[in-house]
Design a protein around this ligand. Structure first.
Ligand code: XMP
Length: 526
């Protein structure tokens, strides 16, 4: 089921494949403006339907002068709305308007200071520094090897970097702008203000994308579609399926039946907490399947991470299917699909994608059950799902919990797993998370967890030497989980975590902290 679009997008972000395109769309929504992200080949029809108030052209890996570089569809320029081209988006706009883009003598990557040379509706009064001779400057983040070498007559340069590279441009008559730098990344200090100026000042968008509007958009059409049919939903313990459950229960009441497949691989006490909240507080109908032994048995000998993922995915579908087949009058399968999943599956249909890790929670179920799909969160980013969750009355700590992989602790116990190892890891992880929460660090990092390593080391407790496994702690900061920086946690915090884990989790001999970024490492260890 696609949402009935009662909230028309104000802004269309055209995706040319930059790794920051999601971030542009998220920033626009954070500023209270509903936007949609579309690939350039799927654009024309949608533009006519929605008549947006503005268009943002993203960056991308191609060079504007390459033979098969993606073009900006003519429909973009036919609409009279404002346009903001970012990096490739700007260069392609200039090239299509008759200008020239070339490979630069040197690349600009990272922090750069640019000088404003002409006043413009986009950048006026937005400044980081004013020089002695009254020049306004901005600290921005660049990532490009190409540059505009010839500007068409209808355009004016509004900012350039010290080495003369064109950093911002505008059309002299039309509300068309271009930035060589990336306003969507936090390193561009005034990036948010620049986007705000474009959205509210130039496009005249209203700030109306708030939790109430999200609730309305996600609820629209659900009851009409479903009628009196029964809907089933697989609960994983995670935020997306939890919010989907609460939302649908609010609309459909007991027409919704949730199936909670407890694979025994969740964090400490998590399964009990989720069940208690949804059954006692929200009074939902939940079938709780204790499938722990079945999962443990199937995973007993499995050491390869991909094999673990596949086994868990297969078993999950099997258990879910067994339960679903016992219910009558089921026509719909609800899923906690969110916007990044939708964008990624659209991208993977059109472009070649490398398999890095097979995320087990996508695919599998719908085809086999032959049910119609209900995906009420499919237009929301993760942070919006969390806001909606709070709006629906889910506890703050639960909706803002760090992400947790579908295969759970199975990919955090390296090598073969056992119920004993799961308990060790759950306890160590719970201690680390508690320390992060009480010290205020939990909300400052994007994801933190413990990993049980398949090595034994020697420890000394009291007068005895003993051999036991090693726990690795991992905490990362990231905006998109595609790249991440290891969190520089205070030594005192790490010391406290290490001491408590050794003292309270019997058997652990040593605690280490992972200081590897992504890349070169991934966030999970498997
Ligand atoms: P990696 O390890 O790929 O992790 O750097 C990026 C993000 O994805 C999560 N992750 C998974 N999520 N099923 C999931 O649902 C999986 O198999 C899986 N593997 C990794 C990881 O926790 C991080 O947030």
């Amino acid at each position: 089921m696609k949402p009935t679009q009662n909230h028309k997008p104000c802004i269309i972000v055209v995706d040319f494949g930059s790794q920051y395109t999601h971030l542009i769309a998220r920033r626009v929504r954070e500023l209270g403006v509903y936007c949609e992200l579309l690939a350039c080949h799927a654009l024309e029809q949608r533009l006519l339907e929605v008549q947006p108030k503005g268009i943002i052209l993203s960056g991308g890996p191609a060079s504007a002068y390459q033979k098969h570089a993606p073009e900006i569809p003519p429909a973009v320029f036919k609409l009279s709305c404002p346009i903001l081209g970012i990096c490739y988006g700007m260069q392609k706009m200039i090239q299509q308007a008759g200008g020239q883009v070339n490979q630069g003598h040197h690349c600009e990557f990272g922090d750069t200071r640019i000088n404003i040379i002409v006043q413009s509706p986009l950048l006026d009064t937005i400044t980081d520094h004013v020089t002695k001779d009254a020049r306004h400057q901005l600290d921005v983040w660049m990532s490009h090897g190409d540059h505009i070498s010839q500007l068409p007559d209808a355009f004016t340069i509004i900012a350039e970097s010290d080495n003369g590279t064109i950093a911002a441009i505008m059309h002299q008559e039309k509300p068309w702008y271009g930035l060589q730098f990336h306003p969507e990344v936090t390193h561009t200090v005034q990036g948010k203000k620049i986007l705000q100026r474009f959205l509210h000042g130039i496009c005249k968008c209203k700030t109306d994308w708030q939790p109430d509007a999200m609730l309305e958009t996600c609820s629209a059409g659900v009851k009409e579609c479903v009628g009196h049919d029964r809907v089933i939903l697989g609960l994983s313990g995670g935020v997306d399926s939890g919010v989907t459950a609460v939302l649908l229960h609010r609309i459909l009441g007991n027409q919704l039946t949730c199936i909670f497949v407890d694979h025994g691989l969740l964090r400490f006490d998590e399964a009990q907490q989720v069940m208690a909240l949804l059954t006692d507080h929200f009074t939902m109908q939940i079938i709780h399947v204790d499938a722990r032994q079945r999962f443990y048995k199937a995973l007993e000998q499995v050491t390869d991470a991909e094999e673990k993922r596949k086994t868990i995915g297969r078993l999950f579908v099997e258990v879910f299917e067994e339960q679903a087949n016992k219910l009558s009058n089921v026509r719909w399968l609800a899923q906690g699909t969110i916007y990044p999943d939708v964008i990624e599956s659209a991208a993977s249909n059109s472009a070649h994608q490398h398999l890095i890790k097979s995320h087990h929670n996508v695919g599998g179920l719908p085809e086999r059950l032959n049910l119609k799909l209900l995906e009420p969160l499919r237009m929301l980013f993760k942070d919006e799902v969390r806001q909606l969750g709070e709006r629906l009355g889910l506890p703050h700590d639960m909706v803002w919990r760090h992400p947790f992989p579908g295969p759970g602790l199975a990919v955090r116990i390296l090598g073969a797993l056992s119920p004993e190892k799961i308990i060790l890891l759950q306890k160590a992880d719970a201690i680390f998370i508690e320390i992060l929460r009480t010290s205020g660090w939990y909300a400052k990092v994007s994801q933190a967890f413990a990993v049980l390593l398949p090595v034994d080391s020697i420890g000394v407790t009291g007068d005895c030497r003993h051999v036991g496994p090693v726990i690795a702690l991992r905490a990362v900061e990231t905006t998109d989980f595609m790249t991440a920086r290891w969190a520089h946690l205070p030594y005192e915090l790490l010391e406290k975590a290490s001491l408590r884990i050794i003292n309270e989790v019997r058997g652990i001999s040593r605690v280490v902290y992972d200081v590897t970024g992504k890349p070169p490492a991934t966030i999970e260890w498997e």
